[in-house]
Design a protein around this ligand. Structure first.
Ligand SMILES: [Fe+2]
Length: 202
């Protein structure tokens, strides 16, 4: 186990596809109603989420999980689910992730992970941020937690399974979605407004 319990790591993923995901809430019956998931019960939800994951992720791929992996199972069941999921898995800790989740054999475990992929730098956190390291210079941000309730911007995106068909999202697809979003991050919008006001004043 290569567990890294520091606050933050930088990651350059090895060859293979990089996937971003969050908010599986394996075992959490409440998430079916709260997030209007189309599953009859926890058993069906867990089964479908595992199938969706393994239908896209290949064994050598890298997966960054932006938190809230599980809620409500025993440590044994949690470990069995984890073991059935393909890929080299990194965890960005979510508010639901107890020791039975953080102690699983992830490649790394931390509160923030910055990944270099698709020609971009991407800051991964569980919670969505209004500004993040390098955001003003175009660094991207992905998060979980909001289960699709918060609109994305040209530089930030919810990568939770409720937003991406219950499966991990390919990093190139996440970047493309941000590039297709015209709404700027708040701090850049305000800076643009200030520049426009300065132009008028000159
Ligand atoms: Fe969540």
């Amino acid at each position: 186990m290569k567990t890294n319990q520091t606050h933050h790591i930088n990651l350059t993923p090895p060859k293979g596809t990089l996937w971003l995901t969050a908010d599986h809430h394996f075992g959490h019956g409440g998430s079916i109603g709260q997030s209007q998931r189309p599953f009859r019960d926890v058993a069906e939800m867990d089964r479908m989420l595992i199938e969706a994951w393994n239908s896209v992720v290949r064994p050598g791929d890298t997966v960054i999980h932006a938190g809230d992996f599980e809620w409500g199972h025993t440590p044994e069941r949690t470990a069995a689910i984890f073991g059935s999921l393909r890929g080299k898995k990194h965890l960005v800790i979510g508010n639901h992730d107890r020791p039975r989740v953080t102690s699983l054999p992830w490649e790394s475990v931390q509160e923030r992970l910055t990944v270099h992929a698709g020609g971009r730098r991407i800051v991964c956190d569980h919670y969505p941020m209004r500004a993040w390291p390098g955001s003003f210079r175009g660094v991207l941000h992905v998060h979980g937690h909001t289960h699709g309730s918060l609109p994305g911007t040209s530089q930030s995106c919810d990568v939770g399974v409720d937003v991406w068909g219950y499966a991990p999202a390919r990093v190139e697809d996440v970047i493309a979605r941000m590039e297709a979003t015209t709404d700027l991050p708040e701090e850049r919008l305000r800076a643009a407004d200030r520049e426009a006001e300065d132009d008028v004043a000159e």
